[in-house]
Design a protein around this ligand. Structure first.
Ligand SMILES: Nc1ncnc2c1ncn2[C@@H]1O[C@H](COP(=O)(O)OP(=O)(O)O)[C@@H](O)[C@H]1O
Ligand SMILES: [Mg+2]
Length: 342
């Protein structure tokens, strides 16, 4: 068979840009090991891609996401120009490994649909719902996937006193305030008392025009990767101190991961079942990762679905796949094959 040409889309314009670059570096290597011809492309650079692909990559993810000023160097106009350019003329399939807005949210998927080029993972609608935590939770609830109680606040309707009253009337403190469509725990606060509500809301609104106030679920942090139509072994996440924030997600040694999770068999069966329902209810394709919290009594709460989960060497889906006997090159190969079947 003729060799298959894959473009790996990495980087992008969201605060998860650095994570995406590292994911993209690993995906590029893995696909080459699997025998594909691979062209890594950062759409945020437009059509001016460096001649030496090494210039696309960074060596490590920093402790904090890129600043607003750093991100201002990249534009979505570049993304449109890039995807609409000759760079994709000879590409058989695109491996999208952009995380967050303008990549994981259906926009890049729509551009590729318009160009008639196949791509990995979920389509436009599932991507758009998946990035929208509020919409995802509505769909989860409808399909019997339990999710923490929540309400939303819109940017033009902020009344702090009213919000504090609402929290006290519903799930009380601690609660979680987070942007509706941001990943990597960026803009998220665990709010412990009424005084903390205002700063938490201000922070979350920096990242999104819609924010979620959610019941805080005390318990274990567990996540389930999905590949094709199969749930991978459950992973338990234990951040060493504090919550599972940007620092704990991307700093080596800051978090302990147990895979397969040492939990009762009943829990892991239920988690895998719930993860698959969550995946299917939204209409996801190819791969994804579903994040959960589980109370001591075994009650499961789905936090969100990630339609383009991290794929760095230390990321969770690759770890779970490895526990299932699937090494990284085989994992990315399977994801591409699923895309070509579409
Ligand atoms: N309702 C909640 N209860 C307890 N912890 C939460 C809750 N929501 C979020 N968290 C913590 O914050 C992290 C990030 O939240 P999540 O909803 O998965 O958003 P994202 O990963 O997209 O930033 C979770 O992994 C968890 O540690
Ligand atoms: Mg998450």
């Amino acid at each position: 068979m003729r060799e298959i040409k894959v473009a790996v889309l990495l980087g992008g314009t969201s605060p998860e840009r650095d994570v995406s670059i590292i994911s993209g570096k690993y995906v590029t290597q893995g696909l080459r090991e699997a025998g594909y011809i691979v062209k890594p492309i950062d759409p945020a650079l437009g059509i001016n891609q460096p001649e030496n692909e090494e210039e696309l990559f960074i060596s490590a993810i920093r402790e904090t996401p890129p600043t607003e000023e750093e991100l201002a160097r990249y534009s979505n106009k570049n993304v449109i120009e890039c995807i609409n350019s000759y760079l994709f003329d000879d590409i058989d399939v695109v491996f999208i490994i952009l995380h967050g807005k303008w990549g994981e949210d259906g926009t890049v998927q729509a551009l590729l649909d318009l160009r008639g080029i196949k791509y990995t993972g979920s389509g436009v609608l599932a991507s758009a719902i998946g990035i929208d935590k509020n919409m995802s939770k509505i769909v989860f609830k409808h399909h019997g996937v339990q999710t923490p109680d929540w309400f939303v606040i819109r940017k033009n309707k902020i009344d702090i006193k009213e919000i504090q009253r609402k929290i006290e009337k519903t799930f009380s403190y601690p609660c979680v305030v987070k942007p509706n469509d941001q990943g990597s725990t960026v803009g998220l606060t665990v709010v412990k008392c009424p005084e903390e509500v205002e700063p938490a809301i201000e922070l979350a609104f920096k990242y999104s025009d819609l924010i979620l106030v959610e019941d805080f679920i005390e318990g274990k942090e567990l996540t389930v990767g999905i590949l094709g139509n199969m749930a991978l072994p459950v992973i338990e996440i234990i951040p060493k101190g504090g919550i599972y924030d940007y620092y704990h997600k991307y700093t080596k040694g800051a978090t302990e991961y147990i895979v397969p999770a040492e939990i009762p068999e009943k829990w892991s069966t239920a988690l895998k079942e719930q993860a698959l329902i969550a995946f299917e209810s939204i209409g996801c394709k190819g791969f994804a990762r579903v994040d959960f919290r589980v109370k001591e009594n075994g009650e499961i709460y789905c936090l969100e679905i990630n339609t383009i989960p991290g794929m760095t060497g230390t990321s969770l889906v690759p770890k779970a796949a490895r526990a299932a006997g699937i090494e990284f090159p085989e994992l990315v190969d399977k994801i591409v094959k699923l895309a070509l079947e579409k």
